[in-house]
Design a protein around this ligand. Structure first.
Ligand code: NAP
Length: 276
């Protein structure tokens, strides 16, 4: 297996951390990205890996992060994994609903700002999706910030479906890239810490052992795709659940929803893309 340079956002905890640890053990160069400085620094020191800090609720942080990551000689894998569910509808300082910005818009911007490097490396670009895309989504490209109505898990389900649509749009636009998404299972990570009482109870009480898997077990899915070869181990643009394609309920046969999402994201971050 060739050694790869692998950037994992949201690798200060949970699935991202477990995947970073495994990939590092396997000899890859892993770059840690987290939100909280001390926590991320601790993880990076433990793994002996470089690290970067960005809070995705600030797009200016994403622009700075992209500038830092663009200094690496190569990026073979970008894993857009940072994300989570939010209890209530709140706007970021950029004016977008938090679930949408953190899970969708910020990784969209990061990927766009890294596109030359990713293209030059024929990179794999992985999105961490969720079963929530099938269970709770009510996708409305005219209401990405949930202005018309807001329910915590609908917003989250929409964001995770949008991760899948983004994967497909990226695939259509950049034939040199290998975009892919995965569904990580139900994982007893720090997930839900910013969610409502029910999700916090499910994920952070002893009940969690009844229906969740460990981050290390889930991370096998990310590790498989990060090390994998497009066309051999996975098909470009697809969504996976450990080695097997994951059936996405939302149909977008002509790709128009993916295209619309792309255009709507582009509009919202256009001021940061002008110099490209
Ligand atoms: N756990 C599950 O059952 C499950 C199921 C399906 C999908 N997922 C998805 O899996 C991904 C990883 O989640 P996880 O389960 O590993 O949860 P986690 O343990 O809470 O880890 C989330 C990671 O994302 C980072 N993050 C959260 N908010 C951020 C922000 N505003 N800006 C930058 N980074 C931020 C966190 O940084 P800090 O540690 O510094 O806060 C952490 O590194 C997420 O996209 C989640 O939606 C999880």
């Amino acid at each position: 297996m060739d050694k790869k340079t692998i950037v994992i956002t949201g690798s200060s905890d949970g699935i991202g951390y477990a995947a970073a640890k495994k990939l590092k053990e396997k000899g890859h160069d892993v770059i840690i990205v987290g939100r909280h400085a001390k926590k991320t620094e601790r993880v990076a020191a433990e793994l002996g890996a470089p690290y970067h800090i960005a809070d995705y609720s600030r797009l200016s942080d994403v622009v700075r992060l992209a500038g830092e990551l663009n200094k690496y000689e190569r990026i073979d894998v970008l894993c857009n994994n940072a994300g989570g569910v939010q209890k209530e509808r709140r706007l970021t300082e950029d004016g977008f609903e938090r679930t949408f910005q953190i899970n969708v818009l910020a990784p969209y911007l990061l990927t766009r700002l890294l596109i030359d490097k990713l293209s030059a490396c024929g990179a794999t670009v992985i999105q961490t999706a969720s079963i929530a895309a099938n269970l709770f989504s009510d996708f409305d490209p005219e209401d990405l910030s949930s202005e018309k109505k807001y329910k915590s898990f609908t917003a989250y389900g929409n964001a995770k479906l949008e991760n899948i649509l983004f994967t497909r749009a990226l695939c259509a636009r950049y034939p040199e890239l290998n975009p892919v998404a995965f569904e990580p299972g139900v994982v007893r990570s720090n997930f839900g810490s910013e969610g409502g009482a029910f999700v916090r109870f499910c994920y952070h009480s002893p009940l969690k052992f009844l229906f969740t898997v460990s981050p290390a077990k889930s991370a096998r899915r990310l590790v498989y795709l990060a090390e994998g070869e497009a066309g051999v181990d996975f098909a470009r643009g697809n969504t996976y659940s450990y080695k097997k394609p994951y059936k996405v309920k939302f149909k977008d046969e002509d790709g128009s929803a993916a295209q619309k999402l792309w255009d709507e994201c582009e509009k919202r971050v256009s001021k940061y893309l002008k110099e490209l």
